[in-house]
Design a protein around this ligand. Structure first.
Ligand code: URA
Length: 432
């Protein structure tokens, strides 16, 4: 019998727990033998006392052991790569990185999640494509990575069930934002899904979990350490989420922006992040090339059309229609003019994410139904000079009432000044 109360008490008092104690606790919780109230108390003890690197790894291994794992390397016969973002506004990076990497001959297999609060989810974006299937079995997932070189699907039910339970519990007990708990939650899913090499995009700023570079570095270090112990090759990029990524926020709008980027016509910040992430994955893979060569190959895949062709094959393989014209469009599209002259000093990521959520692009409760067509295109970003009346953004809405509400929110999300702000690159730091 697991003595959960004793483990909670020892963690509360700052003691380190042994790997087998953490394993017993997590597995008993996943089997329903430890109730939510005890696991919630344990998470709160961890929140205040923290976990050592050894404990964090033991927790991660225990979560992995709670379900099935996929041996992608064994099934494909060579290294498979994956990418993960800690979540942001307008973050469609995987949708462009996957086809570029696969077009360069490196298999890409990813399990994604849905939107949470003001942040969008890759699965919701993919489901704006008519016919696209996110629910593939593990066998179908492996077969598609082998045949098409690329698959992005929802997490299969048997993978890391302990994290599913624990995440839902943390979400309602104020214990999400602890570095060890976030790192083990993310890395348990990445390791169980089987990729050999992983690029982790740790978002920093207003729209991110991690508000400061220091916090983002701590999370990156914890995830790198877990990757090292699990013998996976991991690189972390710390990237700016003080403003939305690219222009588009909203599901079908973000697929359109992905397509533009794969044609070499994407927004600068988004295109730069896509190239940087793709180049890291190619460098970590078995191609035996350095960063510069990897960047050149990624860039060529965009310019010679092979990345776009790979996107089309991938979407078709998962039952979707890859044509841009097949994507839903909103009933009403309205431009939002700048209230006065000046330089954009800031564009609040959360404010834009929440405005898109209210338009229907996200969910406030798990049961909400998403409107895939709606969203916001932020055409002016930090550092851009604008004249009064010039278009700042476009609102894509169901009706005039939605347009009016979102337009006000968009104007409030911008701040202006007479001089330009200090330039801030999209990739703030690379670790690993
Ligand atoms: N994303 C996850 O998958 N887990 C966390 O704990 C936080 C973000």
């Amino acid at each position: 019998m697991i003595r959960a109360a004793e483990l909670i008490q020892r963690k509360r008092d700052g003691e380190a727990l042994a790997a087998d104690e953490l394993r017993d606790l997590v597995l008993a919780y996943a089997r329903g033998e430890v109730p939510d109230y005890q696991m919630a108390a344990f998470c709160m003890a961890v929140y205040f006392r923290g976990l050592s690197p050894e404990e964090t790894f033991a927790l991660t291994e225990a979560m992995i052991a709670s379900g099935e794992t996929i041996d992608l390397h064994g099934a494909i016969g060579r290294p498979v790569v994956d990418k993960h973002s800690t979540g942001g506004v307008g973050d469609k990076t995987s949708l462009a990185v996957g086809p570029i990497v696969a077009a360069c001959g490196v298999p890409f297999g990813k399990m994604s999640g849905r939107g949470l609060g003001h942040t969008g989810g890759t699965l919701d974006k993919l489901e704006s494509i008519p016919g696209f299937r996110i629910e593939l079995s593990a066998e179908e997932f492996i077969a598609q990575v082998r045949e098409v070189g690329l698959a992005i699907i929802g997490q299969t039910g048997d993978l890391v069930p302990a994290d599913k339970l624990l995440y839902a519990l943390r979400d309602v007990t104020a214990t999400v934002d602890n570095v060890s708990l976030i790192a083990s939650s993310i890395m348990s899913k990445k390791i169980a899904a089987g990729a050999d090499a992983i690029v982790l995009d740790v978002k920093v700023g207003d729209g991110a979990f991690m508000k400061t570079l220091d916090d983002a570095r701590s999370l990156a270090d914890a995830m790198l350490e877990l990757g090292r112990r699990a013998e996976r090759r991991v690189v972390c990029v710390l990237t700016d989420m003080d403003q939305p990524l690219g222009h588009a926020v909203g599901n079908a709008l973000e697929i359109r922006e992905t397509l533009a980027t794969l044609r070499g016509e994407g927004p600068d910040d988004f295109s730069e992040l896509v190239l940087a992430a793709a180049a890291h994955l190619l460098t970590l893979s078995d191609l035996g090339i350095d960063e510069q060569e990897a960047r050149e190959r990624a860039s060529s895949a965009v310019h010679d059309g092979s990345a776009l062709e790979t996107y089309e094959r991938w979407i078709t393989a998962q039952g979707g229609d890859p044509a841009e014209e097949a994507l839903p469009t909103a009933a009403v599209v309205r431009e939002v003019p700048a209230p006065h002259d000046g330089y954009v000093q800031a564009l609040g990521a959360v404010a834009i994410g929440v405005a898109a959520l209210h338009l229907g692009a996200g969910r406030s409760t798990k049961e909400d139904v998403i409107d895939y067509a709606v969203g916001i295109r932020c055409l002016k970003k930090r550092g851009d000079r604008v004249s009064a009346g010039e278009t700042l953004a476009e609102v894509h809405a169901r009706d005039d009432a939605g347009v009016a509400q979102a337009a006000n929110a968009v104007v409030s999300a911008y701040t202006f000044d007479a001089s330009p702000p200090e330039a801030r690159p999209i990739v703030l730091e690379t670790i690993g």
